[in-house]
Design a protein around this ligand. Structure first.
Ligand code: NAD
Ligand code: GLY
Length: 368
């Protein structure tokens, strides 16, 4: 029996998300995703030493005549920059990549976003195969085609939509993932339950321990269900004209925290993306309750689950609420009419709400 689970993304861009053990060595799966003679593996200096050789060997087995190069960036959110993006384009130029070339994004969301953006721009768009190696990238960033780099002014401010040709998620690669990064990915998993399906939250409550200890069956189920929710949304709304915005639950607060901390990522004193989203989801739930839109018992439930998963749920000490609010105004989720938030009406049912008064947001940030 095949252990590969396949989730299909439909609509304008059609591709498969393949989830299973040992897929980095599956040459048939990679062969199916390749069209031309050139492949650039983009990775970071934690992931490349672990997995780049294996992926290169698999590509060679899939296409013996393939010209393959590897471009490796230092790990971390602070490297998701225009400067690294330009270097990725230089690597494509050095490879002589033609329009049928493929970028293989091997790593977490930082690599996926940067490599995807380089693929989107090289010769006005070549294939990218997303090969996520973090839980967060498997359940979120590798799916749906959002690509970007950060500017000092804000997160993901330069980018484009560029759907992958395939997503290949090798669950075995999660065994080397630091525990903190596993927990960060669980924040995005919780997000799907929070916005779409309260029953999934109940399942996560029962599976918290199994997920934290890296249980293969629990993780595979969480990844497949998360990809299923995301695939449904991006199939219907690939360019975020409507319901896709719900996936940003917790992100307006979370991005502001990340930007205020200078994108120091998994540095000891700074939050990574998943941690910031965990805090942001609790802030969004509290804002919903403060506006009389949702019961506070649901906030407590969300907070308890995130805490069980070892995730932070309060704004880090020392961050100025006014400065966070200023960051939110520059977020892509703000518009000319003011701040927009994804709020919830109850667990499992989210909604975009415009015109939220600044004072209410500040109260929540101040813990009132
Ligand atoms: P990341 O890419 O920084 O990876 C986290 C850390 O884990 C890094 O140090 C990395 O080197 C290491 N790592 C990755 N895989 C490993 C493995 N298998 N074994 C050992 N170490 C490994 O962070 P992330 O949490 O994967 O992604 C966060 C980024 O994703 C942010 O930039 C965020 O904006 C972006 N994102 C994008 C989307 C989207 O739709 N495009 C959605 C969510 C998040
Ligand atoms: N992570 C939000 C989105 O893909 O739309």
């Amino acid at each position: 029996m095949s252990t590969i689970r396949t989730v299909k993304v439909d609509g304008e861009a059609r591709y498969d998300i393949s989830i299973g053990p040992n897929l980095l060595g599956d040459s048939a799966l990679f062969a199916h995703a390749l069209r031309g003679r050139h492949a650039l593996i983009v990775s970071d200096d934690n992931v490349a030493p672990l997995y780049a050789d294996r992926v290169e060997a698999t590509l060679r087995a899939a296409r013996p005549a393939m010209e393959i190069a590897c471009f490796v960036i230092p790990a971390g959110e602070q490297e998701k920059t225009l400067a690294r993006f330009c270097q990725a384009l230089d690597a494509l130029a050095a490879l002589g990549a033609t329009r049928d070339a493929a970028v293989i994004a091997l790593g977490g969301g930082v690599v996926g976003d940067l490599a995807g953006f380089a693929a989107a721009c090289w010769m006005r768009g070549i294939d990218v195969v997303q090969v996520p190696t973090t839980l967060l990238a498997m359940v979120d960033s590798s799916v749906g085609g959002k690509t970007a780099v950060d500017l000092p002014a804000g997160k993901n401010l330069v980018g484009s939509f560029h759907a992958p040709r395939a997503v290949i998620a090798d669950t075995t690669s999660l065994r080397t993932l630091p525990e903190r990064e596993l927990r960060a990915g669980l924040a995005e998993v919780v997000k799907y339950g929070a916005i779409f399906d309260a029953e999934f939250l109940t399942w996560l409550e029962t599976q918290a321990q199994a997920l934290l200890t890296g249980d293969d069956a629990a993780l595979s189920e969480a990844i497949a269900r998360s990809c299923h929710y995301k695939a449904e949304v991006v199939t219907r709304d690939p360019y975020e004209h409507g319901e896709r915005a719900l996936l940003n639950f917790g992100h307006t607060f979370g991005h502001a925290i990340e930007a205020e901390q200078g994108y120091s990522g998994s540095g000891r004193d700074a939050m990574n993306h998943g941690e910031a989203v965990a805090v942001g989801m609790v802030m969004a739930a509290r804002l919903s309750a403060a506006l009389g839109r949702a019961p506070s018992s649901d906030t407590q439930r969300l907070q308890a689950l995130l805490q069980r998963l070892g995730l932070p749920t309060v704004v880090p000490a020392g961050l100025d609420p006014e400065a966070l609010l200023a960051r939110m105004r520059l977020d892509k989720k703000a518009d000319a009419a003011g701040l927009r938030f994804v709020l919830w009406e109850r667990a499992g049912q989210a909604k975009v709400v415009s015109g939220v008064p600044d004072g209410r947001v500040l109260d929540v940030l101040r813990g009132r």
